[in-house]
Design a protein around this ligand. Structure first.
Ligand SMILES: Cc1cc2nc3c(=O)[nH]c(=O)nc-3n(C[C@H](O)[C@H](O)[C@H](O)COP(=O)(O)OP(=O)(O)OC[C@H]3O[C@@H](n4cnc5c(N)ncnc54)[C@H](O)[C@@H]3O)c2cc1C
Length: 459
């Protein structure tokens, strides 16, 4: 038997929850389907627990910076309050009762189970079929991508899911992958006394962002005692009292524990996409600017090529809510897509990197300023690593991309997102009054450096 409803949300992660709650609040009869935890990756295994870990390791790092600047300090790391805070405060011991109640109070109906599309407008779950009169929204997110490395399947390894649940730290940890997740976790564990190594195939860490930022971050991580194996790949993995990873350059790296952080894959293979005329083998879903992927069907968040972040899932959700309710809101605009890697220093970026801009045929001028030579960076002293880099479309005199790396780099990013999206002339940024001595004053300095040779060594 088929039950008719107004809207079905398949996958109640950050994006799905937002859409389902808003549609329910607006009086629609909404079914939210989730087979694990309502709220998804971010609150239980992603942003929230990892940022709690980062807050803790930042405290340790600041404590260690006291000598020579503010007296003496003895820092004694203890993981147990971090694990407890994640378990008790962040995740309710990985229990979503509160989130389910909140959703139901807003008028939504929650179904725990694995949903599958069953033709246009239809979703089956737990042997029942629901048919949506107005909308089906796909927000099934991603899972860790596990690379096909010989022997990997035979050794125990962590992904982010196990890493955020750890109660006892290993003595040593080998991380496969030097992207945002691997780097954030590497610094956390290293600062709590774990001997950390990272294996990364590219020749610098954080390869999707500006190489200058990756180079500075690499140095910071080395100072944290992390061993970086760059430009090499793991060829095979064996257990040897812990794990041993054999690299393609002949080196071997050992550790008590292995963490795989080599990217994410979308959860779209087994959700019945073929029943609505979409390709289940695709890497991502490709919505139109209003997030529509088929008749009365929308896709949001990590399943799309412009996901990857909680703020993107919520951004998509808002577009879908407007579209479903027939309110013509703005279409998706990714020109200033912001993202932050929450290492210390933070690496915030918006829009295009220099390489991406050049690839698009844009006539590029760049400007760069080291965080440590700005007044505030110099006053700050230890922990002042970083840089601000701006990428200008020289023909139009507007920024198309920018990086803000340093203390509070993620917050400085706001000015760049606005400038890029609203096409604020670079000349206006040059003549803005930047409060003294702030970190964001470096924005003005980078803009004034536009056109200078950015390939000089940064230090
Ligand atoms: C370690 C880590 C740290 C991160 N840190 C940040 C950060 O600091 N800032 C940031 O912006 N982003 C961060 N992210 C990314 C962020 O978590 C994701 O971008 C966000 O969760 C995407 O939301 P979503 O709704 O698209 O998918 P998800 O949150 O992945 O939710 C998808 C949901 O669908 C469910 N599901 C899948 N298939 C089915 C099915 N067939 N039936 C029923 N349910 C199904 C899943 O169980 C899941 O709950 C981080 C991610 C990780 C892994």
């Amino acid at each position: 038997m088929t039950e008719k409803v107004d809207a079905i949300v398949l996958g109640m992660g950050v994006g799905g929850e937002e859409v389902a709650e808003c549609l329910a609040t607006n009086g629609l009869n909404v079914i939210g389907i989730e087979h694990h935890l309502l709220g998804g990756e971010c609150p239980y295994y992603g942003c929230v627990p990892t940022k709690m870990m980062i807050r803790a390791d930042d405290m340790l790092a600041e404590g260690r910076r006291i000598p020579g600047f503010a007296g003496a300090s003895t820092v004694g790391p203890d993981w147990s309050p971090v694990a407890r805070r994640i378990r008790e405060v962040a995740t309710d011991n990985w229990d979503d009762r509160v989130a389910v109640e909140r959703f139901e109070k807003k008028g939504g109906r929650f179904v725990r189970g694995t949903g599958r599309l069953a033709g246009p407008g239809k979703v089956t779950v737990n042997g029942r079929t629901f048919e949506a009169g107005r909308a089906v929204v796909i927000g099934t997110g991603t899972s860790p991508a596990i690379p096909p490395i010989s022997g990997l399947a035979d050794v125990p390894y962590w992904t982010n899911r196990e890493a955020v649940k750890v109660e006892r730290l290993p003595e040593s940890l080998l991380i496969l992958g030097g992207g945002a997740i691997g780097l954030e976790l590497s610094q956390v564990f290293a600062r709590f006394g774990v001997k950390v190594s990272i294996v990364e195939g590219m020749d610098h860490v954080l390869a999707m962002e500006e190489p200058e930022a990756g180079a500075v971050l690499g140095e910071v991580l080395r100072r944290d005692g992390i061993d970086l194996y760059l430009g090499v790949h793991a060829k095979s993995v064996e257990s040897s009292g812990g794990v041993r990873v054999n690299l393609d350059n002949g080196q071997q790296v050992r550790a008590e524990q292995l963490l795989v952080a080599t990217g994410r894959r979308t959860n779209i293979k087994d959700i019945g996409l073929e029943t609505i005329g979409l390709d289940p083998a695709a890497r991502f879903l490709e919505p139109d600017p209003y997030m529509r992927v088929a008749e009365q069907t929308w896709a949001i968040g990590d399943v799309t090529a412009h996901g990857g972040f909680t703020h993107m899932a919520i951004y998509h959700a808002d577009i879908v809510v407007n579209d479903v309710l027939g309110r013509r809101g703005p279409a998706a605009d990714y020109r200033a897509k912001p993202r932050v890697t929450f290492t210390d220093p933070e690496v915030g970026a918006a829009g295009l990197t220099e390489a991406q801009a050049r690839k698009q045929g844009i006539k590029v001028r760049t400007g760069i300023q080291k965080a440590s030579v700005t007044s505030r960076g110099w006053i700050h002293g230890p922990g002042n690593d970083g840089l601000i880099k701006v990428v200008e479309d020289a023909d139009r005199g507007v920024l198309v991309g920018a990086t803000a790396m340093g203390p509070r780099g993620g917050d400085i990013l706001g000015i760049f997102e606005l400038a890029i999206r609203n096409q604020i002339p670079t000349d206006d940024l040059r003549h803005l009054i930047y409060a003294y001595p702030t970190f964001y004053r470096g924005v003005g300095e980078a803009v004034r450096n536009l056109g200078e040779d950015i390939h000089q060594p940064l230090r």
